[in-house]
Design a protein around this ligand. Structure first.
Ligand SMILES: NC(=O)c1ccc[n+]([C@@H]2O[C@H](COP(=O)([O-])OP(=O)(O)OC[C@H]3O[C@@H](n4cnc5c(N)ncnc54)[C@H](O)[C@@H]3O)[C@@H](O)[C@H]2O)c1
Length: 400
């Protein structure tokens, strides 16, 4: 077994805590060795709490620590690029949280920096690694749903926990950039990452919060094989964090509920004076706790994949290239919000399949003359078969 990697962590906020909980609480071989926070006192307190040997308020010092192999980026969106460029220059493996950039142009620069430095570059998109998602992806890839036609991904909660998320310059947008990035990558995984996202229709609004960015949005993504992705994101949802995905194919359906209504419900009249779950709005009454948040949000499997890929010298399941594609889809969303029209997804570096005309024949011929539309067992026990005449197009039914 290989020795574990020593890691630099940038950021000691919410995601820094989740990443550290995942690795340190589970006594993983991979541990943070140096931690950076913009505020050195926060970095020192964080290091003490988690048993991290070194802390600093200097980002360059943390990245260039000669003892660490990889840099894990968990700082706000506007500083991702600076951190990635610095880590690539230092020749370190880079693991960057979502969204990769604020725009596709930014993401492309980060991708180029990692590729020209020939360093490992993983995109920390945890929500494609939840146990339910991984199991569903295997089922879909094994054909359990036939051809995937429609994927719906939803993330909504009452709004983020830090100032910079609400600042359009720093975050790069609102609910789309914050949560749409998760949904888009979940959708891409189910449709197939080699299938090109062609165009986007998106509507967004600022319904509740007094900010310049959108606090709610709904988007549609049309893929080259005519599959449709649908995402719903909001910072106005009341009642906790709603994370749900649905996949519909020609032969089957999957529904996933990741956070609320997971089968774990608790009522308390008095509370327990503590944390319930991310974005929970109350600690009394009916509660929806989450058994192991880090696990159920995908962090364990995400890091496992990243470190196994580093061992194998291979790309992980989620790469910087994926982060770039997600940013390109979000750019198209913002253009569509303005134009109120379908907007093309501009990918000047597309590495998947070339779009090709799909086989549209529905020729399940019966008696050489009819195309089968569907059959259904009726309440009277009879079976109805709906047919289309191949030549005339006339639609009829048979009852047997
Ligand atoms: N599911 C997920 O993968 C997930 C969840 C939450 C956040 N994130 C991402 O993680 C990143 C950080 O989010 P968070 O929720 O931890 O934020 P946070 O506000 O909780 O913490 C931010 C951290 O970055 C540091 N920081 C703030 N401004 C900085 C600056 N200008 N330069 C350098 N460091 C700075 C702060 O000191 C703090 O340690 C964001 O990109 C966010 O999108 C990902």
């Amino acid at each position: 077994m290989k020795k574990g990697y020593k890691l630099t962590l940038l950021g000691t906020g919410l995601i820094g805590n989740f990443y550290t909980m995942t690795l340190h609480n589970m006594r993983s071989r991979e541990q943070f060795h140096t931690v950076y926070s913009a505020n050195p006192e926060n970095a020192a307190a964080f290091a003490k709490r988690w048993g991290i040997p070194k802390s600093t308020g200097d980002m360059a010092e943390a990245i260039n620590d000669p003892d660490t192999d990889a840099v894990v980026i968990g700082i706000p969106n506007h500083v991702h690029k600076e951190a990635v460029l610095m880590a690539a220059k230092a020749g370190k493996a880079i693991l960057c949280t979502k969204p990769l950039g604020r725009t596709a142009a930014e993401a492309k620069e980060m991708l180029a920096a990692a590729e020209s430095a020939a360093v490992f570059a993983g995109y920390l998109e945890d929500l494609v690694y939840t146990p339910k998602t991984l199991k569903s992806l295997t089922a879909v890839q094994n054909g359990a749903l036939g051809k995937v036609l429609w994927v719906r991904s939803r993330e909504t909660h009452p709004g983020p926990h830090s100032d910079w998320f609400w600042d359009i310059e720093k975050a790069g947008g609102g609910a789309i950039i914050d949560m749409g990035c998760h949904c888009i990558e979940i959708i891409r995984n189910f449709v197939g990452k080699n299938i090109r996202p062609m165009e986007v229709m998106c509507t967004a609004d600022t319904l509740v919060h007094p900010i310049d960015a959108e606090d709610s949005a709904i988007g549609l993504i049309r893929f080259a094989n005519r599959a449709i992705g649908q995402f719903e994101v909001s910072w106005t949802f009341r009642g906790g964090m709603d994370l749900r995905d649905e996949v519909a194919g020609t032969e089957g359906t999957i529904w996933m509920d990741h956070f609320l209504r997971t089968g774990f419900e608790m009522f308390t009249a008095v509370g327990q004076e503590g944390y319930v779950a991310e974005k929970a709005e109350s600690d009394t009454g009916w509660l929806f706790p989450v058994g192991d948040e880090a696990h159920e949000l995908g962090y364990n499997h995400m890091f496992l994949d990243m470190f196994q890929a580093m061992d194998a010298g291979k790309p992980p399941m989620e790469t910087f290239y994926d982060g770039y594609v997600v940013n390109a889809v979000m750019d198209a969303c913002y253009r569509s919000v303005e134009s109120k029209k379908w907007e093309p997804v501009i990918l000047d570096d597309w590495r998947g399949d070339d779009p090709k005309a799909e086989d549209q024949s529905y020729e399940h011929l019966i008696d050489g003359k009819y195309i089968l539309i569907k059959t259904e067992k009726m309440p009277d026990g009879k079976t109805k078969t709906i047919l289309k005449d191949k030549d005339s197009g006339q639609i009829t039914q048979r009852i047997e």
